[in-house]
Design a protein around this ligand. Sequence first.
Ligand SMILES: Nc1ncnc2c1ncn2[C@@H]1O[C@H](COP(=O)(O)OP(=O)(O)OP(=O)(O)O)[C@@H](O)[C@H]1O
Ligand SMILES: [Mg+2]
Length: 602
Amino acid sequence: MIASGDPGADRLHPSTSMSKKTPDIRLRNNPTLRRLWEVLRPYSTQLTIAMVGMVVVGGFNALQAYMVQPLLDEIFYKKDARLLNLLPLALLLVFFVKGIFYFVYSYLLERVGQSIIRDLRNRIYAHIHELSLTYFHKTPTGELISRIMNDVNLLQGAVSHALIRLLRDLFSVLGLLGVIFYMDWRLAFISLIFLPMAAIPIVLFGKKFRRLSTNYQTRMGDATSQLHETIAGIRIVKAFCTEDYEKRRFAGKLQTIMDILMSDAKYRCLGHPMVELMGGVGMALIIWFGGMQVLQGNSTPGTFMAFLTALIMLYEPVKGVTRINATIQQGMAAATRIFELLDVQPDICEQENAAALPAFHKAIVFDDVSFHYEGNPPVLHNLHLELRWGEVLALVGPSGSGKTTLSNLVPRFYDVSSGAIRIDGLDIRTVQLHSLRQQLAMVTQQTILFNDSVRNNIAYGRSSANEEDIRQAARAAYALEFIEALPQGFDTIIGESGVRLSGGQQQRISIARALLKNAPILILDEATSSLDTESEREVQKALDNLMHNRTTLVIAHRLSTIKHAHRIAVLKNGYLVEEGSHEELLALGGEYSSLYHLQFAE
Ligand SMILES: Nc1ncnc2c1ncn2[C@@H]1O[C@H](COP(=O)(O)OP(=O)(O)OP(=O)(O)O)[C@@H](O)[C@H]1O
Ligand SMILES: [Mg+2]
């Protein structure tokens, strides 16, 4: 809890320091607003039409207030019966036209709001896929989900409700101001003295709203992370009987969230009566002063009533501003976080005008490669290694020696810290990422499958594959038999991460997927480590098919896989300690031979 509170505290600073100078929404010099405008720009035509609609509605609001004057003065005092027939008709017309314009602008604005939400979600999702693995090591999944779902929602609230209301109200306020000044400018001045006071709670609470919102989002991300983790890891929660612990942890987070929301509600609820009270004082003064003028014969009751009506209508939007302000502040805080995420630059990027990697035909060379994870000590030290075309190179070594790390450098999941990896003489950092990754097929240490049909999992990334290709890949992966025994065969949905399949079945599906990709270079990470001897033999046969006619880097603990290797490289603590054939290394009597004897004894 404490640790997760820290980033929240950190993130408070930029927004609070920003709001020091800009307690309220201020268009100039606000990068968030400027960028929001960039997002809105494609919809400027719709926005302009909506704006015209709002101007019309604002004008008609003023007209409604204005019509009170002839009602009282002409009809009631001068007994004008003809006007009595006309006025209700005119009123109906006003409402009707106002209704049409209201529909047009509110529908358009809703549309713009939903469109930018869709655009932003698409942009964030696309951007997330651009980011490097390092970013995902640092950022919990729940936080990203929360960003794309909650933050974008908050922003939409701010754009399609608050900002819009603010604009609409602005036009109404302008129209109504026109009416009160037209009716009685002295009274208008008196009432205006109180209008700025309505800004007090806005200034007072604006900063708080923004800070609370930031805090709220951090906590929401935290709670979403827990949800995501514990639901995905439900087996472990059950097995370790930590339900109560998790419940308490979640309840604690929910309570924190509620406390934040209640703080927010407090200021929201306080703002309203504060503004109303000030409006009330103003209103009382106006009634007293204006009433006096009517009694003295300086004004007509109609003028006074029209004035009062306009004033009451005027205070309504002003009162609403405090509430809107909260939503806008929340939205701005959300927007800041969204843009922050969109600003994250991937560590791994393509050079400008990078060329495509030609079809692999010679060798992959690790040239003096060292590597450390961001902010950690080195894991790989000055490695020299060569993987020639058509060769099977086995990588062995104790757990944590850096085997997976080494294999992750080839597809550029991470970039080397020093040295270079060259494919056919080309530094992989100088070629197009796609052209590099297209020539690689991977079977990862943890099998990764998606909640989709068996067919789509095998054909993942190869939508062009036909039925026969898929069956062939499944057959070669020794998966056809069990797939056909599944209730819906290739159409069976395998559950999240493939939970409805056994471990060995999952692995064979992932092997089939790699087979179908038919890439010249193959990276296998301990594909058989979690299997019993029988299924291992099956998977091994599948792997043999997979390695056929390919260049393979295989990481394995089991010697059955290694036996097929042309060469073996032994890694220890990130150093390449031995290299050679099985027989050579055994004869050497070093690291490999002791590993081998250990397994043999098993
Ligand atoms: N994302 C990461 N950030 C920081 N350190 C990491 C990260 N991933 C791995 N490491 C560290 O790098 C070292 C090498 O890890 P690696 O996964 O390459 O080992 P391995 O040889 O594949 O082990 P195993 O046989 O258990 O799979 C380990 O000490 C590990 O703690
Ligand atoms: Mg590993």
